[in-house]
Design a protein around this ligand. Structure first.
Ligand SMILES: Cc1ncc(COP(=O)(O)O)c(C=O)c1O
Length: 437
């Protein structure tokens, strides 16, 4: 192949100049492995791409479904017209959501799902005569994509420092507490009281100003921060007390990551909306979705005059036929192979034990895990504090592992098909990397 020209492609969330000086290229993928271009090295994809290739890479069945659909109905307007597949897919999806979340609004990404959910919350508040409720509560270290609503409710400072806070929002305190919860297996014991922070924000702003609260059941891109025991239930109670809409952003936590189809199911706390993307199509074709509870949907429908559009929002590619076909084939695999609950069984326990097996390394100051997700927090040298994870992630790549560096942690969420011996291989490689730091 001719020499790679890297100038034209402005890469997202990447130090372009550093990357382009020494590109790391992936050529192909299968199962839990990526193949590096040029070297042909097999790399363990310990992050399932970006927390999204849950059923493993290049599943033939999904590729076939995409191919067939593109040859049958590649696209058709979704404003004022429809296709059967969109309705059938929505109907099938809601069989996996918590009871009562029976309606789906489609977009093309997690960011669009979040944006749609925030708008639905505003529309709902107006529809029920509470139009003063226009602000949102997010959480520090929360990540809700990159659109203007998402960066406003998100709690990762660099993502909005340049762009301001275009949508009015305030933030709950985050729940990472390594001092009290280091080396927790599963949900941490300490920190339920942090949910009371919501009471503080309600008292400060007034419930009549707040349209919705949006949080990830566990924070992914913030560094795999699990909710303390009882925290999510307490948040739900406070939302109920003040009549606040609760949105769980399950873009990462959905589709089997915790051992249930959704973290809401796993931790038995039902929000009013769930945002989803990524694993919904096994990351093969972009797709995002918001699952909406009946009362919100019905209120918005009933408030609009007959014959009028009820919600002035949507995307050219909402319910794109090829994405729906990919999603259907993905559900076939998830359901047939039991992948949505697999992380809650033996493989999840093996993952936990293997991950905590690294706790003896002096450089490791915390290990946290749940289902098939986990993070290893590292003791960073003073000059690399806050960015050590990225450095170690680069070393892991050299050792044959793709893991995500976030702050000083190495974060992982392997494909849900991973086998015990592959987990062992992964940990052995990581042990070597960390030991040599
Ligand atoms: C919780 C959460 N919400 C939203 C998003 C944004 O998704 P996308 O990158 O598909 O826009 C992400 C992406 O990682 C996410 O983790």
């Amino acid at each position: 192949m001719s020499e790679l020209k890297t100038d034209a492609f402005w890469m997202p969330f990447t130090p372009n100049r550093t990357f382009k000086a020494a590109p790391r290229l992936v050529e192909s993928a299968e199962g839990i492995y990526l193949t590096e271009k040029d070297t042909g090295r097999q790399i363990i994809d310990a992050t399932a791409g970006l927390w999204c290739s849950n059923a493993g890479h290049c599943r033939t069945e999904i590729a076939d479904a995409i191919h067939q659909q593109a040859g049958k109905l590649d696209y058709s307007s979704i404003f004022n017209f429809g296709h059967e597949l969109g309705f059938a897919y929505a109907d099938r999806l809601v069989k996996h959501t918590p009871d009562g979340l029976d309606h789906v609004f489609f977009g093309n990404s997690g960011s669009e799902a979040v944006e749609s959910a925030l708008k639905i919350a505003l529309q709902y508040q107006r529809a029920r005569g509470k139009g003063t409720r226009t602000m949102f509560i997010g959480r520090e270290k929360g990540y809700h994509g990159v659109n203007f609503g998402g960066i406003s409710v998100g709690g990762i400072a660099p993502n909005y420092q340049t762009f301001g806070q275009p949508v009015k929002a305030n933030h709950l305190r985050h729940t990472l507490d390594i001092e009290r919860n280091a080396f927790s297996r599963g949900l941490p014991e300490q920190g339920v009281e942090l949910a009371e922070d919501l009471e503080r924000l309600v008292a400060f702003h007034g419930a009549d100003q707040i349209a919705a609260v949006i949080i990830e059941p566990f924070a992914g891109a913030g560094g795999v921060i699990l909710p303390p025991k009882g925290y999510l239930k307490r948040i739900r109670e406070i939302c109920d007390r003040h009549d606040l809409v609760l949105i769980f952003d399950e873009v990462i936590t959905g589709w089997g990551r915790t051992g249930s189809a959704f973290a809401s199911v796993e931790w038995d706390v039902t929000p009013d909306m769930i945002t989803s993307a990524k694993g919904i199509t096994n990351a093969t074709v972009p797709m995002g979705a918001v699952f909406v509870q009946d009362e919100i949907y019905n209120t918005v429908m009933d408030a609009a005059p007959e014959g009028m559009v009820e919600f002035f929002h949507g995307y050219t590619y909402s319910a794109h036929p090829v994405a729906c076909a990919a999603g259907m084939a993905t559900l076939d695999i998830y359901e047939r192979e039991g992948l949505l609950t697999r992380a809650g069984g033996d493989i999840g326990r093996h993952w936990e034990n293997a991950l905590h097996g690294l706790a003896d390394l002096e450089q490791v100051i915390d290990v946290r895990n749940y289902g098939l997700v986990g993070a290893i927090e590292l003791r960073a040298p003073d000059n690399l504090k806050g960015k050590f994870g990225g450095k170690v992630s680069a070393l892991a790549w050299e050792a044959g592992v793709m893991a995500r560096g976030i702050g000083d942690a190495l974060c992982m969420s392997p494909p849900l098909i991973i086998e015990e011996h592959q987990i062992d291989e992964l940990m052995q490689k990581l042990r070597g990397v960390i030991k040599d730091l």
